[in-house]
Design a binder for this molecule. Structure first.
Ligand code: HEC
Ligand code: HEC
Ligand code: HEC
Length: 213
């Protein structure tokens, strides 16, 4: 179920927000921060207070981290070193979405470059991760493999912590130090200059400022 199933394409009292929904996902403005597990080492497990081992994990507070923004047409790039969104500005099916960036360290096969599967039972009990790799290789009949640790970057979609009060407003994006890197997202220098000019939000924000007084 997605936002527009319940809210429709034009959920805002202010049409200046609705005009953005063709190219910017709801989540981009309404889920401005991320957090949680940001990196996990599956090659080195740590013993917990319950005696079981688990992958060593670096965690962030729920609101600690700024997302990464990327074009996404709801299809996925899946390579050994990167799993994340496919899309581009030129593709009309793509919108700008926020992603939580996550890095996982795992074993790759030196010979093929492919990620090796790991059974979790042995590492959980003893912390021996290579035994978990050997067990999984046995199950799938892989005989010649040479495990080396390496990092894989994964982008997760953000779908938690929807907010109205802290939603991104005009200046969050259109000020020169805004949260979007327009150039990296495919906008030309001339467009970036326009998109980061006070011209875009000045009158509106001055009006809001007056209302606030
Ligand atoms: C299952 C239906 C449903 C889905 C899916 C859904 N919402 Fe809602 N949303 C609601 C309802 C119902 C409310 C409460 C309406 C109210 O309080 O006026 C609400 C409230 C909100 C509000 C606060 C409105 C206010 O006036 O405070 C925002 C912002 C919002 N949703 C954004 C989103 C976004 C962004 C998504 C997708 C990530 C989403 N919603 C997905 C049903 C849904
Ligand atoms: C460009 C940023 C932006 C995008 C994209 C955006 N919103 Fe919002 N939205 C806001 C802001 C900011 C507010 C708070 C407005 C206010 O308080 O005046 C808001 C308010 C709302 C509200 C409360 C009603 C209102 O007008 O205050 C709902 C519901 C909502 N958004 C749902 C959505 C859904 C669903 C989508 C995707 C279809 C979406 N928004 C996309 C920025 C955005
Ligand atoms: C999440 C970031 C974000 C927020 C918040 C946001 N914008 Fe935008 N805005 C964009 C992007 C990205 C574009 C370019 C969209 C496209 O490619 O068509 C844009 C385009 C525009 C344009 C068209 C510029 C042109 O020359 O074509 C105007 C005007 C504009 N925004 C005004 C506003 C105003 C006013 C607000 C606050 C109510 C606002 N924006 C909030 C990201 C944002």
């Amino acid at each position: 179920m997605v936002c527009v199933d319940c809210h429709g394409e034009k959920p805002h009292a202010d049409e200046d927000y609705d005009r953005h929904t063709a190219r910017i996902a709801c989540q981009t403005c309404h889920i401005p921060r991320t957090g949680g597990a940001s990196a996990k080492d599956f090659t080195r497990w740590t013993q917990g207070s319950d005696g079981f081992y688990e992958p060593t994990t670096l965690r962030m507070e729920a609101n600690e981290t700024a997302p990464v923004y990327a074009w996404y047409n709801r299809s996925v790039v899946n390579t050994p070193s990167f799993i994340g969104p496919k899309g581009s500005r030129e593709d009309n099916e793509s919108r700008i979405y926020p992603f939580k960036m996550y890095e996982g360290k795992a074993y790759f096969d030196r010979k093929t470059g492919q990620l090796l599967a790991m059974d979790f039972a042995l590492p959980m009990a003893t912390g021996d991760t290579l035994a978990g790799i050997a067990s999984a290789a046995g199950t799938s009949g892989i005989e010649n493999f040479d495990p080396i640790p390496g990092w894989q970057t994964v982008y997760f979609g953000s779908s938690h912590l929807v907010t109205k009060e802290k939603a991104l407003g005009c200046t969050s994006c259109h000020a020169p130090n805004g949260v979007l890197n327009f150039k990296a997202l495919g906008y030309t220098d001339e467009e970036v200059r326009k998109l980061t000019s006070a011209e875009i939000y000045f009158d509106k924000m001055v009006l809001k400022q007056k209302e606030g007084w």
